[in-house]
Write a protein that binds this ligand. Structure first.
Ligand SMILES: Cc1cc2nc3c(=O)[nH]c(=O)nc-3n(C[C@H](O)[C@H](O)[C@H](O)COP(=O)(O)OP(=O)(O)OC[C@H]3O[C@@H](n4cnc5c(N)ncnc54)[C@H](O)[C@@H]3O)c2cc1C
Length: 379
C-alpha cells in the first residue's frame, strides 16, 4: 500500500476538524485533513445546520475567542447574514431578544467556501472524497490511518492525530472505547418559498425543524449502518408527511429544495476521556482550561473544558475535537455545537502540533506550554 507521512493528521473536516487543521498548520506543523464528503463544515454545512450558536454567556460576557470567534466572523463572508454589530444587552437580559447574544446565521455554501480559504491560507493539505477505513497502532499509540479514495488505499502516517469525525471513528478504529446516548429525529431541511417575490437567496434559505423531541422518534445506541439508515428515513417520512398535506396542484407556502447530506444525529459516539465533562461542571474553573463555551439554552456562567477532556483514557497519539470529546449528558449538549467545536478543534490542533514538534504524547504535553500557544485563551 502507498504510504505518506505528516506531522499532524486531522480526521474529518467539519468545524472542529477545520479549526484543528488551521491551528496545527499555523503552529508550523505539516498538516493533512481527510474528509469523506465533497464539502467542508460537516453537519454545519452538508447537514444544513446554519446557526452559529453564541460565543457569550447570555449576560453580556464573551467566553470563546480565538478561532471560534474568527470562524463566526468569517462564516458570513459571502452573506447574506451579518454578525450583530452590538450584542450583550443588560446582564440577565432575555437571550431570545435579537442582538442579545453573540451569534449569527450563515449560508452553508458560503461557509464551505470560507473554510476552504482558511485551509488554503494556512497551507493545510486537504483530501476530499476520502474515507478513513482503518487505523494502525504501535503498542498503544496510533501511528497511521488507512484511507480509501479513487486512487485506491493509502496509509497516512502521522506524529499526532486529531479525531474530529463527529463520531470518534478514528479512535474506535484504533480500538478505543466509545460511548453514546439516545437521539431524537428532528429533521432540518432547505425550502424554497412559492411566492416568486421570495425566490431569491435569503428566501430559499428557509430551514424548518419538523417535530422537536418527540419520544416516538427516539433512536437508542449503539448506532450501526442499519440504524443510521432507519434514522434518516424516519426524517424523510416526517418531511413527506408535512408536504403530503397538500395536493399536487394546490398552492403551497414552501417547496423542498435540499435535504441534509449527512445524518442529523446529534450524539453518535464520543471518546472516554481522561476527564469526562458532566452536568455539574457548569461554571467550574479547571486548572488546565482550554477556554469556555456558552450555554446556548439559557444564560449561565459558562462551561470551561479542561485539556484532559480531549485526551482518550485508552489510546495514545490522538486528541478528540468537536462533538466527540469527553462530555456526557447535559455537558455533551453544551460541547456538541458549532462554537464549541471550533474551540476544542483549535485546542486539539495546537496541542497536536506541539506534540509533533516536541516528540510527546498528548497525555504528556505540559499544560504550561499549550497555554502560551492557545489563542482561545490569549485573545
Ligand atoms: C438536528 C441538529 C440541529 C443542530 N442545531 C445546531 C445549531 O442550531 N447550532 C449549532 O451551533 N449546532 C447545532 N447542531 C450541532 C452542530 O451542527 C454539530 O454538532 C457540529 O457542527 C459538529 O461539528 P464537528 O466538527 O464536531 O462534527 P461534524 O460536523 O460531524 O464533522 C465531522 C466530519 O468528519 C467526517 N467524517 C466522519 N467519519 C469519517 C471517516 N470515516 N472518514 C472521513 N471523514 C469522516 C464527516 O463527513 C464530517 O464532515 C445541530 C445538530 C443537529 C443534528
Amino acid at each position: 500500500m502507498k504510504e505518506v507521512c505528516y506531522d499532524v493528521v486531522v480526521c474529518g473536516a467539519g468545524v472542529a476538524g477545520g479549526a484543528a487543521a488551521v491551528a496545527a498548520a499555523r503552529e508550523g506543523a505539516n498538516t493533512v485533513i481527510i474528509e469523506k464528503q465533497c464539502l467542508l463544515g460537516g453537519l454545519a454545512t452538508s447537514g444544513l445546520i446554519y446557526i452559529y450558536l453564541p460565543l457569550c454567556d447570555g449576560n453580556g460576557k464573551q467566553l470563546a475567542r480565538g478561532l471560534a470567534e474568527e470562524m463566526l466572523k468569517r462564516s458570513v463572508e459571502y452573506g447574506p447574514f451579518e454578525v450583530p454589530a452590538q450584542w450583550g444587552g443588560p446582564a440577565g437580559g432575555d437571550p431570545g431578544i435579537a442582538g442579545n447574544r453573540y451569534q449569527c446565521c450563515f449560508s452553508p455554501a458560503g461557509f464551505t467556501l470560507t473554510l476552504d480559504k482558511m485551509l488554503e491560507e494556512s497551507g493545510v493539505d486537504l483530501w476530499l472524497d476520502t474515507l478513513i477505513i482503518g487505523a494502525q497502532k504501535e503498542e498503544n499509540r496510533i501511528s497511521a490511518v488507512e484511507v480509501a479514495n479513487l486512487s485506491g488505499r493509502t496509509l497516512v502516517k502521522g506524529k499526532c492525530f486529531v479525531d474530529a469525525t463527529g463520531c470518534a471513528r478514528a479512535a474506535k478504529l484504533a480500538g478505543a472505547k466509545v460511548l453514546s446516548e439516545v437521539n431524537h429525529v428532528t429533521p432540518w431541511m432547505m425550502e424554497m418559498a412559492s411566492d416568486p417575490s421570495f425566490f431569491h437567496f435569503t428566501g430559499s434559505l428557509h430551514i424548518r425543524p419538523f417535530g422537536e423531541h418527540k419520544a416516538e422518534y427516539a433512536a437508542e445506541p449503539p448506532y450501526d449502518g442499519r440504524k443510521v439508515t432507519e434514522f434518516i428515513r424516519r426524517g424523510w417520512r416526517m418531511i413527506r408527511g408535512h408536504y403530503d398535506r397538500f395536493g399536487r396542484n394546490e398552492r403551497r407556502e414552501n417547496y423542498p429544495v435540499h435535504l441534509p447530506a449527512m445524518p442529523q444525529i446529534r450524539k453518535i459516539a464520543r471518546i472516554d476521556a481522561l476527564y469526562n465533562l458532566a452536568e455539574t461542571d457548569a461554571g467550574k474553573h479547571f486548572e488546565h482550561t482550554i477556554g469556555a463555551a456558552g450555554n446556548w439554552y439559557h444564560p449561565d456562567p459558562g462551561w470551561e473544558a479542561p485539556y484532559e477532556s480531549l485526551v482518550p483514557k485508552d489510546l495514545d497519539g490522538l486528541l478528540a475535537a468537536g462533538r466527540c470529546i469527553g462530555a456526557a449528558g447535559y455537558a455533551w449538549e453544551i460541547f456538541r455545537v458549532i462554537p464549541a467545536a471550533a474551540l476544542t478543534g483549535e485546542a486539539a490542533g495546537t496541542a497536536a502540533a506541539l506534540c509533533a514538534q516536541e516528540g510527546l504524547l498528548p497525555k504528556d504535553l505540559p499544560y504550561s506550554l499549550l497555554k502560551t500557544h492557545l489563542r482561545s485563551l490569549n485573545g
